[in-house]
Design a protein around this ligand. Structure first.
Ligand SMILES: [Zn+2]
Length: 279
Protein backbone atom coordinates (compact mmCIF):
# COMPACT_ATOMS: atom_id res chain seq x y z
CA UNK A 1 0.00 0.00 0.00
CA UNK A 2 1.37 3.45 -0.93
CA UNK A 3 1.46 6.27 1.60
CA UNK A 4 3.03 9.31 -0.04
CA UNK A 5 6.55 8.22 -0.89
CA UNK A 6 6.41 5.41 1.71
CA UNK A 7 5.08 1.89 1.37
CA UNK A 8 3.23 0.27 4.27
CA UNK A 9 2.26 -3.39 4.72
CA UNK A 10 0.34 -5.05 7.55
CA UNK A 11 1.87 -8.44 8.38
CA UNK A 12 0.14 -11.11 10.46
CA UNK A 13 1.90 -13.12 13.15
CA UNK A 14 -1.14 -15.38 13.45
CA UNK A 15 -3.84 -15.16 16.11
CA UNK A 16 -4.43 -15.84 19.80
CA UNK A 17 -7.28 -15.65 22.27
CA UNK A 18 -7.89 -13.58 25.38
CA UNK A 19 -10.72 -13.57 27.88
CA UNK A 20 -13.60 -11.53 26.44
CA UNK A 21 -14.33 -9.83 29.76
CA UNK A 22 -10.72 -8.73 29.98
CA UNK A 23 -10.94 -7.23 26.49
CA UNK A 24 -14.13 -5.24 27.06
CA UNK A 25 -13.85 -3.98 30.63
CA UNK A 26 -17.13 -2.56 31.92
CA UNK A 27 -19.12 -3.44 28.79
CA UNK A 28 -21.68 -6.21 29.51
CA UNK A 29 -21.11 -9.51 27.73
CA UNK A 30 -24.55 -9.30 26.12
CA UNK A 31 -23.25 -6.28 24.19
CA UNK A 32 -19.65 -7.27 23.37
CA UNK A 33 -20.57 -10.81 22.38
CA UNK A 34 -22.38 -9.46 19.32
CA UNK A 35 -19.08 -8.04 18.09
CA UNK A 36 -16.76 -10.81 19.25
CA UNK A 37 -18.27 -14.25 19.91
CA UNK A 38 -16.74 -16.06 22.90
CA UNK A 39 -15.67 -19.73 22.95
CA UNK A 40 -16.56 -22.24 25.71
CA UNK A 41 -13.77 -20.78 27.87
CA UNK A 42 -15.09 -17.22 27.35
CA UNK A 43 -12.17 -16.34 25.10
CA UNK A 44 -12.31 -14.26 21.92
CA UNK A 45 -9.94 -14.56 18.98
CA UNK A 46 -7.64 -11.66 18.18
CA UNK A 47 -5.20 -10.97 15.40
CA UNK A 48 -1.51 -10.22 15.91
CA UNK A 49 -0.96 -7.45 13.38
CA UNK A 50 2.47 -5.96 12.76
CA UNK A 51 3.26 -3.14 10.34
CA UNK A 52 6.19 -2.79 7.96
CA UNK A 53 7.04 0.72 6.75
CA UNK A 54 9.43 1.13 3.83
CA UNK A 55 10.53 4.75 3.62
CA UNK A 56 12.96 4.19 0.74
CA UNK A 57 15.88 4.55 3.13
CA UNK A 58 14.69 2.41 6.02
CA UNK A 59 12.69 -0.75 6.66
CA UNK A 60 10.83 -0.12 9.90
CA UNK A 61 8.85 -2.71 11.80
CA UNK A 62 6.08 -1.73 14.20
CA UNK A 63 5.42 -4.54 16.74
CA UNK A 64 6.75 -8.07 16.44
CA UNK A 65 3.74 -10.25 17.29
CA UNK A 66 3.86 -13.15 19.72
CA UNK A 67 6.89 -15.04 18.44
CA UNK A 68 7.53 -18.70 19.24
CA UNK A 69 9.16 -18.74 22.69
CA UNK A 70 6.34 -20.33 24.64
CA UNK A 71 5.47 -23.77 25.96
CA UNK A 72 2.45 -26.05 25.49
CA UNK A 73 0.64 -24.60 28.53
CA UNK A 74 0.93 -21.04 27.21
CA UNK A 75 -0.20 -22.20 23.76
CA UNK A 76 -3.26 -23.82 25.32
CA UNK A 77 -4.19 -20.86 27.53
CA UNK A 78 -3.98 -18.39 24.64
CA UNK A 79 -4.77 -20.82 21.79
CA UNK A 80 -1.94 -19.43 19.68
CA UNK A 81 -2.39 -20.19 15.98
CA UNK A 82 0.41 -19.59 13.52
CA UNK A 83 -0.88 -20.25 9.98
CA UNK A 84 1.71 -17.60 9.15
CA UNK A 85 4.33 -15.69 11.12
CA UNK A 86 5.92 -12.27 11.02
CA UNK A 87 9.16 -13.78 9.67
CA UNK A 88 7.29 -15.66 6.91
CA UNK A 89 5.46 -12.42 6.04
CA UNK A 90 8.74 -10.52 5.77
CA UNK A 91 10.15 -13.31 3.62
CA UNK A 92 7.13 -13.00 1.28
CA UNK A 93 8.14 -9.36 0.80
CA UNK A 94 11.71 -10.41 0.04
CA UNK A 95 13.10 -9.30 3.41
CA UNK A 96 15.42 -11.11 5.81
CA UNK A 97 15.70 -10.16 9.50
CA UNK A 98 19.04 -8.48 8.60
CA UNK A 99 17.16 -6.05 6.34
CA UNK A 100 15.20 -4.43 9.19
CA UNK A 101 16.72 -1.12 10.32
CA UNK A 102 14.34 -0.14 13.10
CA UNK A 103 11.92 -1.98 15.38
CA UNK A 104 9.27 0.01 17.23
CA UNK A 105 7.31 -1.56 20.08
CA UNK A 106 4.31 0.47 21.22
CA UNK A 107 4.64 -1.31 24.57
CA UNK A 108 6.11 -4.61 25.76
CA UNK A 109 3.03 -6.75 26.47
CA UNK A 110 3.88 -10.27 25.28
CA UNK A 111 1.62 -10.08 22.22
CA UNK A 112 3.50 -7.02 20.87
CA UNK A 113 7.19 -7.95 21.20
CA UNK A 114 7.44 -11.74 20.75
CA UNK A 115 9.83 -11.69 17.80
CA UNK A 116 12.06 -8.99 19.32
CA UNK A 117 14.17 -12.00 20.25
CA UNK A 118 14.52 -15.60 19.13
CA UNK A 119 16.32 -18.69 20.39
CA UNK A 120 19.53 -19.82 18.75
CA UNK A 121 21.55 -22.78 20.09
CA UNK A 122 19.86 -22.55 23.48
CA UNK A 123 20.50 -18.80 23.77
CA UNK A 124 18.03 -15.95 23.37
CA UNK A 125 19.32 -13.37 20.86
CA UNK A 126 17.87 -10.32 19.06
CA UNK A 127 15.94 -11.46 15.97
CA UNK A 128 16.90 -8.37 13.97
CA UNK A 129 20.68 -8.16 14.32
CA UNK A 130 21.13 -4.80 12.57
CA UNK A 131 18.06 -2.99 13.89
CA UNK A 132 17.77 -0.28 16.49
CA UNK A 133 14.83 -1.01 18.78
CA UNK A 134 12.72 1.91 20.10
CA UNK A 135 10.76 1.87 23.34
CA UNK A 136 9.84 4.38 26.02
CA UNK A 137 12.20 4.03 28.97
CA UNK A 138 9.30 3.99 31.44
CA UNK A 139 7.63 1.10 29.61
CA UNK A 140 10.85 -0.92 29.67
CA UNK A 141 11.28 -0.32 33.39
CA UNK A 142 7.73 -1.46 34.15
CA UNK A 143 8.08 -4.51 31.87
CA UNK A 144 11.36 -5.58 33.49
CA UNK A 145 9.96 -5.05 37.03
CA UNK A 146 6.20 -5.59 36.76
CA UNK A 147 3.83 -5.34 39.72
CA UNK A 148 1.61 -8.32 40.52
CA UNK A 149 -1.17 -6.50 38.62
CA UNK A 150 0.85 -6.46 35.37
CA UNK A 151 2.97 -9.57 35.69
CA UNK A 152 0.78 -11.75 33.45
CA UNK A 153 1.21 -9.34 30.54
CA UNK A 154 5.01 -9.36 30.33
CA UNK A 155 7.60 -12.00 29.39
CA UNK A 156 11.17 -10.93 29.98
CA UNK A 157 12.64 -13.43 27.50
CA UNK A 158 10.67 -11.74 24.70
CA UNK A 159 12.55 -8.41 24.96
CA UNK A 160 15.48 -8.41 27.39
CA UNK A 161 18.15 -9.87 25.06
CA UNK A 162 17.66 -6.95 22.64
CA UNK A 163 18.66 -4.41 25.30
CA UNK A 164 22.10 -3.62 23.76
CA UNK A 165 20.33 -2.52 20.54
CA UNK A 166 17.58 -0.58 22.30
CA UNK A 167 17.10 3.20 22.30
CA UNK A 168 15.23 4.34 25.38
CA UNK A 169 12.97 7.30 24.67
CA UNK A 170 11.61 9.79 27.17
CA UNK A 171 8.55 11.28 25.52
CA UNK A 172 7.47 11.96 21.93
CA UNK A 173 10.13 11.58 19.26
CA UNK A 174 10.48 11.77 15.49
CA UNK A 175 12.92 8.91 14.96
CA UNK A 176 13.31 9.53 11.23
CA UNK A 177 11.51 12.07 8.97
CA UNK A 178 7.81 11.15 8.85
CA UNK A 179 7.87 8.57 11.67
CA UNK A 180 6.76 10.06 14.95
CA UNK A 181 6.25 8.19 18.23
CA UNK A 182 3.62 9.74 20.51
CA UNK A 183 3.10 8.75 24.13
CA UNK A 184 -0.58 7.96 24.77
CA UNK A 185 -1.04 6.84 28.38
CA UNK A 186 -3.93 4.66 29.49
CA UNK A 187 -3.37 1.03 28.52
CA UNK A 188 0.05 1.41 30.15
CA UNK A 189 1.65 4.59 31.50
CA UNK A 190 4.17 4.90 28.64
CA UNK A 191 2.49 3.30 25.60
CA UNK A 192 3.54 4.98 22.35
CA UNK A 193 1.47 5.17 19.15
CA UNK A 194 3.12 5.56 15.74
CA UNK A 195 2.19 8.42 13.42
CA UNK A 196 3.39 7.94 9.84
CA UNK A 197 3.31 10.94 7.50
CA UNK A 198 4.43 11.19 3.90
CA UNK A 199 3.31 13.50 1.10
CA UNK A 200 0.21 14.81 2.93
CA UNK A 201 -0.95 11.29 3.72
CA UNK A 202 -1.11 9.92 7.22
CA UNK A 203 -1.34 6.50 8.84
CA UNK A 204 -1.62 5.86 12.55
CA UNK A 205 -0.78 2.65 14.42
CA UNK A 206 -3.12 3.05 17.36
CA UNK A 207 -1.98 0.03 19.38
CA UNK A 208 -4.06 -1.08 22.37
CA UNK A 209 -5.62 2.37 22.78
CA UNK A 210 -8.16 0.88 20.30
CA UNK A 211 -7.24 -2.82 19.88
CA UNK A 212 -10.07 -3.63 17.43
CA UNK A 213 -12.80 -1.73 15.57
CA UNK A 214 -15.24 -2.92 18.27
CA UNK A 215 -13.29 -0.71 20.69
CA UNK A 216 -14.05 2.54 18.81
CA UNK A 217 -16.83 3.67 21.22
CA UNK A 218 -15.08 5.84 23.81
CA UNK A 219 -16.25 3.79 26.81
CA UNK A 220 -15.29 0.42 25.31
CA UNK A 221 -11.87 0.08 26.92
CA UNK A 222 -10.19 -3.08 28.13
CA UNK A 223 -9.93 -4.02 31.79
CA UNK A 224 -6.24 -4.68 31.19
CA UNK A 225 -5.82 -0.88 30.93
CA UNK A 226 -3.99 0.38 34.00
CA UNK A 227 -5.49 3.88 33.62
CA UNK A 228 -8.85 3.40 31.86
CA UNK A 229 -9.99 7.02 32.29
CA UNK A 230 -6.85 8.16 30.50
CA UNK A 231 -7.53 5.75 27.64
CA UNK A 232 -11.07 7.19 27.52
CA UNK A 233 -9.86 10.82 27.42
CA UNK A 234 -7.16 10.05 24.87
CA UNK A 235 -9.65 8.31 22.56
CA UNK A 236 -11.92 11.38 22.75
CA UNK A 237 -9.02 13.58 21.71
CA UNK A 238 -7.37 11.28 19.19
CA UNK A 239 -10.19 9.67 17.20
CA UNK A 240 -11.88 12.87 15.91
CA UNK A 241 -8.41 14.12 14.95
CA UNK A 242 -7.77 10.94 12.91
CA UNK A 243 -11.15 11.42 11.18
CA UNK A 244 -10.21 15.03 10.30
CA UNK A 245 -6.81 13.98 8.96
CA UNK A 246 -8.38 11.16 6.91
CA UNK A 247 -5.73 8.94 8.44
CA UNK A 248 -5.41 5.24 7.75
CA UNK A 249 -5.82 3.68 11.18
CA UNK A 250 -4.14 0.35 11.94
CA UNK A 251 -5.58 -1.75 14.78
CA UNK A 252 -3.25 -4.31 16.40
CA UNK A 253 -5.85 -7.03 17.06
CA UNK A 254 -8.73 -6.76 14.57
CA UNK A 255 -9.30 -10.02 12.68
CA UNK A 256 -11.50 -8.53 9.94
CA UNK A 257 -10.23 -5.02 9.33
CA UNK A 258 -6.66 -4.29 10.43
CA UNK A 259 -6.43 -1.07 8.40
CA UNK A 260 -9.36 1.35 8.01
CA UNK A 261 -10.44 4.94 7.59
CA UNK A 262 -12.79 6.40 10.19
CA UNK A 263 -15.82 8.67 10.00
CA UNK A 264 -17.75 10.60 12.64
CA UNK A 265 -21.46 9.91 12.62
CA UNK A 266 -23.64 11.88 15.08
CA UNK A 267 -20.79 12.06 17.56
CA UNK A 268 -19.84 8.41 17.14
CA UNK A 269 -16.63 7.27 15.51
CA UNK A 270 -17.13 4.42 13.06
CA UNK A 271 -15.26 2.57 10.36
CA UNK A 272 -16.00 4.24 7.04
CA UNK A 273 -18.24 2.04 4.91
CA UNK A 274 -15.95 0.37 2.40
CA UNK A 275 -13.12 2.06 4.30
CA UNK A 276 -11.22 -1.12 4.94
CA UNK A 277 -7.94 -0.97 3.11
CA UNK A 278 -6.03 -4.08 2.10
CA UNK A 279 -4.68 -6.50 4.65
ZN1 LIG B 1 -1.25 -4.50 25.54
Amino acid sequence: MKLGSFEIHTISDGTFKLDGGQMFGVVPKTLWERKAPADERNRIRLSLTCLLIRTGRHNILVETGLGDKFDAKFKDIYDVQHPTTLLAGLDDLGLEPEDIHMVINTHLHFDHCGWNTRRENGKTVPTFPRARYFIQRGEWERAANPTERERGSYREEFFLAAEPQTEFLEGDAEITPGIRLEVVPGHTRHLQCVSIDSGNQCAYFISDVVPTAAHLPYAWTTSIDLYPMETFENKKRLLPELVRKRALVIFPHDLEAPCVRLVENEGKIEVQAGGQVGR
